[in-house]
Design a protein around this ligand. Structure first.
Ligand code: GLP
Length: 260
């Protein structure tokens, strides 16, 4: 690390004439060192005092640069042990044309999948759930909320709602919701998915082990049975640094809607 640290400060000296504020120059030097692999995931950064004396800048400047990089997810701080380069996220590429489950997606990539339960039970439905699932106020909704974890990295928080008539015992679903629905003939065959950008709030960020405020994806899936009945209403928060959603686009054929 000390050799790499020397390189960080050498880069810093080179860019010292650029006129940008010092903390931005230091931030960029550390970021470059990470991107060029001079310091890798899990490597410790020298102490604030060492960086300050080596680069001949104030500790306040060092702190500001480091805090920015922690906020951006490039560095992580562990209380009592110091500052480290954040573990690199293996990005997951997810097709937008196939209706698959989280368990199937991860298994296809050879990733070990597990979930931590956040909630599972029967509740009086919210107005949203009543509208989407077509429930009346005297029916119950089954809620299944899970932290989805692949290869020990938390990737998403998923909150699914289904009619209690379809899932009377949410505690009994095992590790895959779709596998449980399959056994009762309720596995969806079609879904509409809406993806939007979201900055992670404190609670979600803590569960996903990322700094609060970092970019994430809010995904809403409404799935249907072959009969056209809505079976699932799921709202999820995915880590923005972990997922790429990929859609294949084709020029429409003659007579098809949307032809330019
Ligand atoms: C995906 C979807 C969810 C769906 C889930 C089922 O992650 N975004 O809408 O509920 O898969 O996954 P599993 O069968 O692994 O529980």
């Amino acid at each position: 690390m000390s050799e790499a640290a020397d390189q960080i400060f050498a880069t810093l000296k080179q860019s010292a004439q650029s006129g940008a504020p010092l903390y931005l120059q230091l931030r960029k030097s550390i970021e470059d060192a990470v991107n060029r692999g001079l310091i890798g995931p899990g490597d410790a950064l020298p102490s604030e005092r060492d960086i300050a004396s080596k680069a001949d800048i104030s500790r306040v400047t060092v702190r500001k640069a480091v805090q920015d990089l922690v906020k951006g997810g490039i560095l992580v701080q562990r209380h009592g042990s110091g500052t480290f380069v954040a573990p690199r996220m293996e990005r997951v590429e997810q097709s937008l044309s196939r209706l698959t489950s989280f368990t199937e997606d991860m298994a296809r990539r050879g990733m070990a999948v597990r979930s931590a339960w956040l909630d599972r039970g029967l509740y009086a439905p919210s107005p949203d759930e009543m509208m989407v699932l077509g429930l009346s106020s005297n029916e119950l909704v089954a809620r299944v909320a899970r932290l989805r974890i692949a290869n020990d990295t938390p990737l998403a928080i998923e909150r699914a709602a289904l009619s209690a008539s379809v899932l009377p015992d949410p505690a009994a679903i095992g590790s895959s919701l779709y596998a449980a629905l399959e056994t009762t003939g309720h596995r969806p065959v079609r879904a509409v998915q809406r993806i939007s950008a979201a900055n992670l709030g404190d609670d979600d960020a803590r569960l996903l082990e990322v700094p609060p405020g970092i970019a994430g994806l809010h995904i809403e899936r409404i799935s249907y049975l072959a009969s056209g009945k809505v079976i699932e209403f799921t709202r999820s928060i995915y880590r923005g640094d972990a997922y790429d959603f990929v859609a294949e686009l084709r020029l429409s054929g003659p007579g098809e809607e949307g032809r330019p």
